[in-house]
Write a protein that binds this ligand. Structure first.
Ligand code: SDX
Length: 432
């Protein structure tokens, strides 16, 4: 570790402050500012554009190069060579599993994939037309009442069991949210099926007839789950970390992460992309939508474009675009009009000076809706699928935080810009 430092010099005569600069194992060095509070000064970084909230070894992103890796493995290797259960293991434990480790892990996830039968009643408290994300947040948070043993989060064994339970039960809750919307009976997990195939079964099968999962589609969904598994300290992961830093039960923390992910600027963008593509409808309308996105007086943004970190292609978008081709080909939907609109919109946007200057590229959400729609998944279920996959990253980051030495509750400070101290005015003397 280098002994690099930086010195803060103040023009108001305040004593200079020397701060350590810490190297990272990959990517940017960081200035360790933890001692500043003792000097009576804070830093301000609303939106955390330049602030590292933690030290983590799970995911690395190089936004300029468009690179993403998990525990040192490139996302494209994992997407094309691994499977989701193996990536869950890698995120959680730091290494790719041996065959025996993978078998034991997969067996545990299968074992926990049922939910307590009383959980069915939690669904019944919602209207049938409740958004599936509302159902997922409500039911996942409610499960904290079914597993009181999960409250002792500083016990590694408790954290491990909670992680397995969440990885196993969130797909069941997500699939049942869809069935609840349809008014169809819940389909129970099938231990004979892989992770993505089991999810497709629970979402699409009915008790009336045999349902065979298309292996090509299941493989495509596995790949999409891998691409959505973790992404460093994004808004929803930071939400899980902050909630978890208080020692809150993991089911409540993951429900908080789901709530954060639901926003259209974050995980809700995939649903918004499809609505935007449907609104465009035809390639002839693309110039108009691009002009709207560039108009500073218009709050509209081109959904699925831009990213806080990627100033190059989001490597996940490239893999999902290829997966979209595969799925549409398998389903003989190559002339899918929305896919044509998406490809043309991407081509035109990437040639437009505004998008080039602001380094706005398609992100993970731009193509995922095309694939989900081709898989017969309704747009209201796009963000639930993102939440299902991101549960892998959330539980890994939550566990890493609680196991880190010197763990502290997250408690940011602020720059106060309100009223200075003033005398209380009795009601009868207030003139309004
Ligand atoms: C995800 O953080 C993660 O890692 C998230 C995620 C993950 O895996 O967890 O990758 C998943 O959330 C992907 C992003 C999905 N969201 C969208 O596709 C919504 C559309 N994108 C934007 O809202 C925006 O790009 C964000 C929210 C993604 C990023 O916003 P930033 O980093 O705060 O950037 P910004 O708003 O400061 O934009 C910089 C400039 C602005 O113009 P100026 O004020 O400088 O003139 O670029 C413009 C923005 O107006 N801009 C866009 C735009 N995105 C940014 N203009 C038009 N269309 C867009 N999509």
């Amino acid at each position: 570790m280098s002994n690099n430092t930086v010195t803060l010099n103040f023009s108001d005569g305040r004593e200079p402050i020397e701060l350590p600069v810490l190297d990272s194992s990959m990517g940017n060095p960081v200035i360790d500012i933890r001692m500043l509070a003792a000097h009576g000064i804070y830093t301000l970084d609303a939106g955390f554009t330049s602030t590292a909230s933690c030290e983590s070894g799970i995911t690395f992103i190089d936004g300029d190069e468009g690179l993403l890796s998990h525990r040192g493995y490139d996302i494209e290797d994992l997407a094309y060579k691994s499977d989701f259960i193996e990536v869950c293991y890698l995120l959680l434990y730091g290494e790719l599993p041996t065959a025996a480790q993978k078998h034991a892990f997969e067996s545990s996830i299968r074992h926990h994939s049922m939910v307590h039968d009383q959980v069915v009643n939690v669904f019944r408290g919602f209207r049938r037309d409740a958004h599936p994300m509302a159902l997922m947040i409500g039911v996942t948070g409610a499960m904290s009442a079914f597993y009181p043993d999960a409250h002792d989060v500083f016990d590694p064994a408790v954290r491990d069991l909670a992680a397995h339970r969440l990885l196993a039960k969130v797909p069941t809750v997500a699939a049942w949210a869809h069935k609840y919307n349809l008014g169809e009976p819940f389909m129970y997990p099938q231990h004979r099926l892989g992770y993505a195939a089991n999810f497709l079964y629970m979402m699409q099968a009915t008790p009336c007839e045999n349902y065979e999962v298309n292996p090509v589609l299941a493989r495509a969904l596995e790949r999409i789950f891998i691409l959505h598994a973790d992404h460093e300290q994004n808004a929803s992961t930071s939400t899980v970390r902050l909630a978890g830093s208080t020692g809150a039960t993991p089911f409540a923390c993951i429900a908080a992460g789901m709530a954060s992910l639901w926003g259209p600027l974050h995980g809700g963008a995939n649903e918004a992309v499809l609505k935007m593509l449907e609104e465009i409808g035809d390639v002839s309308k693309i110039p108009e939508i691009i002009e709207r996105a560039k108009d500073k007086t218009n709050p509209f943004r081109l959904m699925g474009f831009g990213h806080r970190i990627y100033k190059n292609f989001d490597p996940r978008a490239k893999v999902i675009r290829e997966t979209a081709h595969e799925v549409l080909n398998e389903l003989d939907m190559n002339d899918d009009p929305l896919f044509k609109v998406a490809l043309e919109l991407e081509r035109i946007a990437l040639e437009d000076e505004y998008f080039i200057e602001k380094k706005l590229y398609p992100n993970v959400d731009f193509y995922s809706g095309i694939v989900f729609r081709a898989l017969g998944i309704p747009s209201s279920m796009f963000t639930p699928l993102f939440a299902l996959a991101r549960t892998a990253g959330w539980v890994a980051q939550w566990s890493e935080m609680l196991s880190s030495p010197g763990h502290k509750i997250g408690r940011p400070r602020q720059r106060y810009i309100g009223e200075k101290m003033r005398e209380y005015v009795p009601l009868e003397k207030r003139t309004g």
